[in-house]
Each structure stands twice: as C-alpha cells, then as structure tokens.
Write a protein that binds this ligand. Sequence first.
Ligand SMILES: O=C(O)c1cc(C(=O)O)c2c(n1)C(=O)C(=O)c1cc(C(=O)O)[nH]c1-2
Length: 360
Amino acid sequence: MNAVFPTPDTADSQRLLSPAELEAALRDIGARRYHNLHPFHRLLHDGKLSKDQVRAWALNRYYYQAMIPVKDAAVLARMTDASLRRIWRQRIVDHDGDHEGDGGIERWLKLAEGVGFDRDYVLSTRGILSATKFSVEAYVHFVTEKTLLEAIASSLTEMFSPTIISERVAGMLKNYDFITKETLAYFDKRLTQAPRDADFALDYVKQHATTPELQRKAMAALTFKCNVLWTQLDALYFAYVSPGMVPPDAWQPGEGLVNEASPARVGGNRKMAAGDRPRLPRGVRLRNDETRGKWVLLAPERTFDLDDNAVAVLKLVDGARSVADIADELGKTYAAEPRAIEADILVMLDGLAEKRVLER
Ligand SMILES: O=C(O)c1cc(C(=O)O)c2c(n1)C(=O)C(=O)c1cc(C(=O)O)[nH]c1-2
C-alpha cells in the first residue's frame, strides 16, 4: 500500500515537510517495512507453524520484552526535562509492573508458560538465538548513542502494532488448539498502551523534527527499528522453519519444557523442517497405476491418489535428500524460487506424515 506521501527521495528530502507530510512519510515506512509483512508472522498468524515453532517465537520474543524497559530507561536517562520523564517512565511501569507478579514481562512469561516452557528456563535466556540478542541489543545501543529525537522516533513502530496484535490474537486463537485467551493476555493491555505511547511519540517527533535533516533522521530511526523487528523474525525463520539450522546452544525442541513427554515423543509429533530427510516407511511404495493412469502411494490396505505436484516431490523422497534439497531440485526443473516452493512441500509432506505414509 502506498501512502499519499511516500518517503521522500533525495531531491525531495532537501525540502521541509509539513507535520502532516512527515506523519504520512513515517506511516509509509511502516506500510513497507513493518514486521506484519514478514513471512514468519504470516505463518504464525495463519496457523501454519508447529507447536515447537510457536514456542521458539515465544522464547525469543521474551528477550525483546525483557529488554524494552532497559531501552526505555536509556531513553529516560537522556531526558533533561522532568515533564517528559514523567510521561516516558510509564512505559517502564507498564513492563515491569508496580509489584512482583505484575506487568508486561510477567505477562509474557505467562505466555511462554502457556505454550509449555519452564519459567526459569525462559528467565535464564539460555536458549535465545544470538541473532535475536544482537538485534535487541542494537536497539538499546541505538537509543543510547543517537539523539533523543531519534531515540523517540525509533519507538514509532508502535503506531502499527495494534493492527498486527488484533490479527495475531484472532489468528492464533482460531488456528492453534494449544493457545488460549489467557495465554495471550499480554496483548490485551498493549492494545491501549501502544496507541497512547505512539501518539505521544508521534507528536514529539512532529514538533521537534524542524529541519529536513532532522526529519530524515527521524525517518531513518523508524526504518532502523523496523529492521530490528524484521531481523528477529529472519533469525527465527532460518533456525526453526527453513533451512532449519538451529545454532549451537540455541533452544532445541524438547528443551526447557514443563511436564513434556520425552524428546523422542516431541520429535515424533513435530512438523517437518527443511533439514529433515523424509523417506517412505517400510511397506509404503510409490506406484504408477497404469490401468487408472495415475500415480498412487500404496500402503498396506490403503491407497492414496496423488496429484502431479505430490508425485514430483515423492519421486525425490529417498531418505537421503533433505526437504531443502528436494526444493532445490524442483526449483531447477520448474524454474521456480526453491525457498518459495519449500513451504508448499513442507505442508504437503506434513499431510502425508499425519497419514503415516511418510516419516523423517
Ligand atoms: O506485538 C508486536 O508486534 C509488537 C510490536 C512492537 C513494536 O512495533 O515495536 C512492540 C510490541 N509488540 C510490544 O509489545 C512492546 O511492548 C513494544 C515496545 C516497543 C518500543 O519500541 O518501545 N515496541 C513494542
């Protein structure tokens, strides 16, 4: 979606924008770069992730939540005006609460517990991806090192969060049987806190970005922050969706959970990942049924008709090739982007695994 006033190009960026034009330019940055557009969020909200992939999100996002008050304390420390500090300090109270057991961080811990985590494991931050930590810490460094205007402008992603939060809560409640309203209670409060915070920050930026250069800096700060959010999802996608490369020491499915079955059972339930090497179980064969002119999967006492796409994939399923390898091969044959078809292949293979005619 293009806003009426797109981000100015170099020629335009010499000109001082009116406050309304600046707001439109900031909104346009969100329309193009906010993390609602990231493929990981699409999968999360549409119910396309396994429970373990949702857990990976909850665990990593905890680090963001836990560091937000550290970030806000750094912003506060730069404010020489008591009336500004009085307003900004509310953000720290929102996340830390007024007493033990209260506040946003606590509610995020409840969310993590709701998907099965042991609270102490989450608090330890042991399994969090290094890339998540780097992104979040870059945000803290940014507000410490840049001007106060840039620090405040970098929080403006919150202008866009109510929409994604509503979409996320509705999508997750509808699509995952292990998600309850109580688990997602964190987001209830954000729906009022975020607009309040964003309105204040936007007014501040519109009032204080009084030269073309300051306006450019405010826009750059918001762009930077969109990237802080985006790279966290890139890291999750890479480790837990495709190619499924979990770095050493990062959380592995089965770790840090309460009352969960043995890792073997968790592994048995989990969805296929790009690094898995699927194979047909004993007794299941791919056959060309010549009388019907169809390829089928023959299992003991059962036959499954296959469409052309499934046949193309299953011809490459040999227990040696990974899902990513299969996507690469098909990408060559069909001149398609392998990572795009990989997602479709994973859904198809999960369907067959559920019917027990495919295994990892
Ligand atoms: O759920 C979301 O998508 C989302 C996005 C953002 C954001 O846009 O930065 C924040 C939050 N949630 C959030 O819960 C939160 O406390 C928060 C603080 C800030 C900030 O930059 O100070 N952003 C966000």
